[in-house]
Structure formats: structure tokens, C-alpha cells
Design a protein around this ligand. Structure first.
Ligand code: FMN
Length: 171
């Protein structure tokens, strides 16, 4: 069976935990998890179904290891690949920058020919601005997880999102 590549970065461990939850929900044997801190652009060659995850830090910045990898990331050809994004953030304390980095990853995927999956309703979140929100504000361009304000919702959100991307990505 074709493997799914999950690439994540983390500063304090939350995104790694959510990456693990996603992997287990999809079936641990189907997913290969890569910490972006030690990934190479060529690691993406092995997959046509990809999941990307990162938190947003310091008022709308990318997570540090994703930031180090960014130039390589922007050169990856995503044509023929389906890509779902997820991100962690804090909608109350960073309400003007909520999961901005998800929007940045999604932009690159689109620009480089990928097919996005896993858009997620903004209902149930309270924030002011997000680069990850669609123009009409109805969706985030990936799963939004808030371990700081809504940790109790994480498990169900992951379950629902994984069920959704299983269909959308034909997993
Ligand atoms: C100093 C600091 C800055 C942050 N900046 C943002 C931000 O701009 N936008 C956002 O959505 N979340 C922001 N957060 C929240 C983190 O993204 C959140 O805590 C996340 O779960 C951390 O994930 P990690 O443990 O994988 O690094 C910030 C948190 C801290 C402590």
C-alpha cells in the first residue's frame, strides 16, 4: 500500500503530539512521519499523498525548523500530489495571527501545482485574523488545533478531520 508522508515541525512538542494522533488515526503502518528539522526536499519524492503540519510562533512567524527549510520547500514540485495541512496556534493570545503558518504552507502547495485537501470550518473558533482563512472566512485551509485554549476539542477534531481527508485524498 502506498505510504502517506507526514512532515511536521515543533518548538515545544504540541505539533509532534498532534502528528502522532493523526498517524494513529490513519493507521500507524500507513504513515511515515518526518520531523522537518532533519528532512530533505528529496524526501517528498516518495509520496503523492502528503500531510504538512506546523505551529505559528512570534506573531505570525513560521516554526523555526520550517523556516530553515523554507527555501527548499518553495522549490518542491507538488504537481500530481494531494496535500493536507494542519497547524497549531492560540486564537486568544495571538488572535491577529491565528495559525498564519498554515496559510503560508498552503500558498506554496497551490503555487507549486499541488491539490489541497482538508479545508476545515472556522465555526467554533474566535479569532480576529488568519492567513489560513479563506476569503469568505468560512474555512481554514487546513485543520486548526488550539492546545492553549481548546485542548479538550483536539481529539475529536483530529478524528473528524482524518475521516474527512480519508475521503478527499482517497486514503
Ligand atoms: C511567544 C509565543 C508566540 C506565539 N505566536 C503565535 C502566533 O503568532 N499565532 C498563533 O496562532 N499561535 C501563536 N502561539 C501559540 C503556539 O503556536 C501554540 O502554543 C502551539 O501549540 C505551539 O506548538 P509547538 O509546541 O508544536 O511548538 C505563540 C505562542 C508563544 C508562547
Amino acid at each position: 500500500m502506498e505510504k502517506i508522508g507526514l512532515f511536521y515541525g515543533t518548538d515545544t512538542g504540541n505539533t509532534e503530539r498532534v502528528a502522532d494522533m493523526i498517524k494513529n488515526e490513519l493507521g500507524a503502518d500507513r504513515v511515515e512521519v518526518h520531523d522537518i528539522a532533519s528532512a530533505k526536499a528529496s524526501d517528498f519524492d516518495a509520496y503523492t499523498k502528503i500531510i504538512l503540519g506546523q505551529p505559528t510562533w512570534y506573531y505570525g512567524e513560521r516554526q523555526s525548523s520550517w523556516d530553515d527549510f523554507w527555501e527548499d520547500f518553495c522549490a518542491i514540485d507538488f504537481s500530481g500530489k494531494t496535500v493536507a495541512c494542519f497547524g497549531l496556534g492560540d486564537q486568544a493570545d495571538y488572535a491577529e495571527y491565528f495559525i498564519d503558518a498554515v496559510g503560508m504552507m498552503h500558498d506554496v502547495v497551490l503555487q507549486n501545482g499541488g491539490t489541497p485537501a482538508g479545508y476545515w470550518s472556522t465555526e467554533g473558533y474566535e479569532y480576529d485574523e488568519s492567513k489560513a482563512a479563506t476569503e469568505d472566512g468560512e474555512f481554514f485551509v487546513g485543520l486548526a488545533i488550539d492546545e492553549d485554549q481548546q485542548a479538550e476539542l483536539t481529539e475529536q477534531r483530529v478524528k473528524d478531520w482524518v475521516a474527512q481527508i480519508k475521503e478527499e485524498m482517497e486514503l
